[in-house]
Design a protein around this ligand. Structure first.
Ligand code: XIL
Length: 353
């Protein structure tokens, strides 16, 4: 059967289950006064496979209680969408502000969720004091080490992992010419990992990037770097594949093979920022294809032992970053703007169940 048709059938089945569970449609065993049987959450289902199912979130959304209800019960891993980035945590040189990150860590802890911390070294969302002047290599090395170690020490014991370096490569597999690369050379990556490890030896340390889901020049660059770092005993634990996909660019069919080759290096992998955007308006057909992609990604992760979990880049279209960054595109997440589950939600369940 064509997978879109399969999605529709499975959605119908899943929907019936939800209606019965919610007491909206009476199942055979439902009786007046019965407590509706609570459905396993996505996190419950993922945990049966030894995986986590996470969502990003951001501070401004946390006043929306309908939103935080679902965030608090459906997931077992949380990533702050912005609150731990350099501009937020060190707004003036040497002056640290943990307000945003702490709020999210506290919320996650109150729901017994773990935290994928994001991110220490990235060319984007840097504070002005860092980008508005030039630095010698010695100066920048000291600034970078201090930033990494102060932040990692602050969150030591409270986070599961760190995206230590984010988006270090260009599409062709050459190093991105960031402030860090141009001033310090490629060794900044190994240094960043070592400094982070010193500050929290228990946190899993990741390199994270987009467009590395498929085998290709950019993921090859990570593969080569990861192999080199492992050989040099640099503390690298995993590779994060952001997986910001778009229907119009096609599904990364080699995802599973790609995950597997990193596993063979002794590394964890994770899908860290999943969304599947589309050109608006969303149609039934696009939402069905999107659901297939979410199912296929989930199945790919489950098929590779060291793919440890999946994080979606927020769970609802209400708070997705896509419309602001890709004009005319959106509808990228498994819950719609009214917080209602979409076909993609049932497809993830289906893959996990
Ligand atoms: C995005 C946030 O979701 C937005 O709120 C912010 O304005 C820009 O950054 N890759 C990453 C994330 O690693 O940090 C980005 O998050 C999305 C792309």
């Amino acid at each position: 059967m064509h997978s879109t048709a399969r999605t529709r059938l499975r959605i119908a089945g899943a929907l019936a289950t939800v209606l019965v569970a919610a007491g909206i449609a009476a199942g055979p065993a439902a009786q007046a006064g019965d407590r509706p049987h609570r459905q396993p959450t996505l996190a419950d289902l993922a945990e049966r496979h030894g995986r986590y199912l996470g969502s990003a979130t951001d501070n401004p959304e946390l006043t929306d209680t309908a939103y935080t209800d679902v965030l608090g019960h459906e997931f077992d891993m949380i990533t702050p969408g912005n609150g731990m980035k350099w501009y937020a945590t060190e707004p003036q040189q040497g002056v640290f502000d943990w307000t945003a990150g702490d709020e999210i860590v506290d919320l996650a802890r109150s729901h017994h969720q773990r935290v994928r911390a994001h991110t220490l070294v990235w060319h984007s969302q840097l504070p002005d004091w860092l980008t508005s002047r030039t630095w010698t290599a010695d100066e920048l090395r000291a600034v970078l080490k201090h930033h990494i170690q102060t932040e990692v020490r602050h969150y030591r014991g409270t986070v599961y992992s760190w995206d230590v370096v984010n988006e270090a490569f260009n599409e062709d597999g050459t190093y991105r010419e960031t402030l860090f690369y141009t001033t310090l050379g490629p060794g900044y990556i190994a240094d960043a990992l070592r400094w982070a490890h010193e500050a929290d030896p228990h946190a899993k340390l990741y390199l994270n990037d987009y467009n590395i889901e498929a085998v290709g020049p950019k993921s090859d660059a990570y593969y080569a770097l990861a192999r080199q770092l492992r050989a040099q005993r640099v503390p690298l634990d995993g590779i994060g594949l952001q997986a910001h996909l778009a229907l119009q660019y096609g599904y990364p069919a080699s995802l599973e093979d790609n995950l597997r080759r990193f596993s063979r290096l002794g590394l964890d992998t994770a899908l860290t920022e999943v969304d599947v955007r589309m050109q608006l308006p969303a149609t039934e057909d696009k939402l069905a294809r999107q659901a297939d992609w979410y199912r296929d990604m989930t199945e790919a992760c489950l098929a590779v032992r060291r793919c440890v979990g999946i994080t979606i880049w927020d769970y609802t279209d209400k708070y997705s970053w896509i419309p602001a960054f890709f004009p005319g595109e959106g509808a990228a997440l498994p819950w719609d703007e009214q917080l209602a589950p979409k076909p993609a939600y049932y497809a993830i369940r289906d893959a996990l169940d």
